[in-house]
Write a protein that binds this ligand. Structure first.
Ligand SMILES: Nc1ncnc2c1ncn2[C@@H]1O[C@H](COP(=O)(O)OP(=O)(O)OP(=O)(O)O)[C@@H](O)[C@H]1O
Ligand SMILES: [Mg+2]
Length: 225
């Protein structure tokens, strides 16, 4: 797994959301921190190709996200900052199955894969529930299942503990720790990324630190106050 930013930059009109960035990522646990509006989500959206750089290139496993976005989407799973925005079908198990349809898999195989992913996270009771009736933590879990079931190599979680109670927060933390996939977590919950291999700090659209957690968090504190 390798993600490479080559002079990649993003502007929305005359607003620069991300200044030109050169960076290579291959670690299994990467944290992304910074103030609101600092460019974290913009940076992450470049990785799965849903957002294309205004200039420069983003290369995921050797493929340019601007040229080969379907292949990139298959490698990179993304759980949105507001997971209700990624629910497509009303019933949880149908929504999880949706990502597996149209890939030439038999219905029985799809059902088994959905059951397995729900069981993996002790979420079987959610299967028949209506997604829009779920609590924030349940929805977070359903969205994670819908992403992981497709077998991505890397999973991006945008503020996965936002709005969770202590119990669900601890649960999400344990789930992240146990994921065999590469994980990139954007968060304001600094203890969540304390044990990560590498932490990136964004500030006003610029990467201002790329370091182990303690050093990166200290740098974030400097600019936050
Ligand atoms: N689609 C868009 N159109 C215009 N401006 C945008 C768009 N998306 C993001 N921006 C702007 O780009 C900047 C970076 O936004 P981004 O969502 O990446 O921030 P963030 O670090 O994820 O913040 P937060 O912690 O609040 O989620 C902000 O100033 C934002 O207003
Ligand atoms: Mg964001």
């Amino acid at each position: 797994m390798e993600i490479r930013f080559e002079e990649a930059a993003v502007s929305f009109g005359d607003r620069i959301a991300l200044h030109s960035l050169n960076l290579t990522l291959a670690e299994r646990r990467i944290g992304v921190i910074g103030l609101n509006g600092s460019g974290k989500t913009t940076f992450a959206r470049l990785i799965n190709g849903l957002l294309k750089p205004t200039s420069g290139r983003v290369i995921v496993n050797g493929r340019d996200t601007a040229a080969d976005d379907r292949a990139v989407l298959a490698d990179v799973g993304f759980v949105f900052q507001s997971p209700q925005n990624q629910i497509i079908l009303p019933i949880v198990k149908d929504d999880i199955a949706f990502g597996l349809k149209g890939r030439g898999r038999k219905p029985a195989e799809i059902e088994a894969a959905v059951d397995a992913i729900l069981a993996r996270f002790d979420a079987a009771p959610l299967a028949e529930r209506r997604a829009h009736e779920l609590s924030g933590g349940e929805l977070q879990l359903a969205a994670l299942c819908a992403v992981l079931v497709t077998g991505p190599q890397i999973v991006i979680l945008d503020e996965p503990t936002n709005q969770l109670d202590m119990r669900n927060r601890a649960r999400v933390e344990a789930i992240i720790a146990g994921l065999p996939e590469h994980v990139l977590v954007i968060t304001h919950d600094l203890p969540l990324i304390e044990d990560f291999e590498r932490v990136l700090v964004f500030h006003e659209g610029r990467l201002i630190a790329d370091a182990p957690p303690a050093e990166a968090i200290a740098r974030y504190r400097e600019v936050a106050v």
